[in-house]
Design a protein around this ligand. Structure first.
Ligand SMILES: [Zn+2]
Length: 204
């Protein structure tokens, strides 16, 4: 194949997406080029729109349109007394789709990890404490994954919430070790929520 820089660049970018390697990236690029008007052009437009108009809410971490307020933490229509804390937006989507839980979400944006350069300050833990106080939250459900990082993060959150009146609970141990929330089936999620365990808080 003749080396065309534009194509090579696009293949390189697409192969960085989750679940895709160079082979499937090439197939995708060919498909796009063969449907220039039906796929490539609208996709280029759509990517620009997402780049311009979608960002993470600085307060609750969810994705929001820059053209509107945040539906997640500024939702005026419905008030809840629970917040579910997750690592990323994919986790929120899984929990939402399973209809197990009705309440606010708080997206940390990662976990505390000693190996990566993810810093505690980058996770939205301070704003979680603020939300709990401001929205008079009764229960914070920590739904971080069953990995060492997930559990370290859960412990740190629990500690940070000591100054609030909220009860803090964690998803049940039924989670497979290393289990990431987004990859759990609805049945497992349901029992993890139903059997969630309260954590010691506010007692001292
Ligand atoms: Zn928000």
């Amino acid at each position: 194949m003749q080396n065309i820089n534009e194509i090579e660049e696009l293949v390189k970018l697409i192969s960085k997406l989750p679940g895709l390697g160079p082979k499937s990236a090439k197939r995708i690029v060919l498909k796009l080029i063969n449907s220039k008007d039906h796929l490539l052009k609208p996709m280029a437009y759509s990517l620009t729109q997402v780049y311009k108009n979608v960002s993470r809410c600085k307060f609750c971490g969810t994705l929001k349109s820059n053209l509107e307020g945040c539906n997640n933490c500024e939702n005026k229509n419905e008030k809840f007394n629970k917040i579910c804390v997750v690592e990323n937006i994919a986790d929120q989507w899984s929990i939402e789709n399973s209809s197990i839980y009705k309440g606010y979400f708080h997206i940390l944006g990662g976990t505390i990890s000693s190996s990566s350069d993810q810093r505690k300050e980058d996770l939205l833990i301070n704003s979680l404490v603020e939300r709990v106080k401001k929205d008079k939250i009764d229960e914070v459900i920590i739904a971080t994954s069953a990995t060492i990082e997930g559990q370290t993060t859960a412990y740190y959150i629990q500690d940070s919430l000591k100054e609030t009146n909220a009860k803090v609970s964690k998803l049940a141990q039924g989670l497979p070790v290393g289990g990431e929330i987004e990859s759990l089936d609805d049945g497992t999620l349901f029992s993890a929520f139903k059997n969630r365990v309260g954590l010691e808080n506010n007692s001292d």
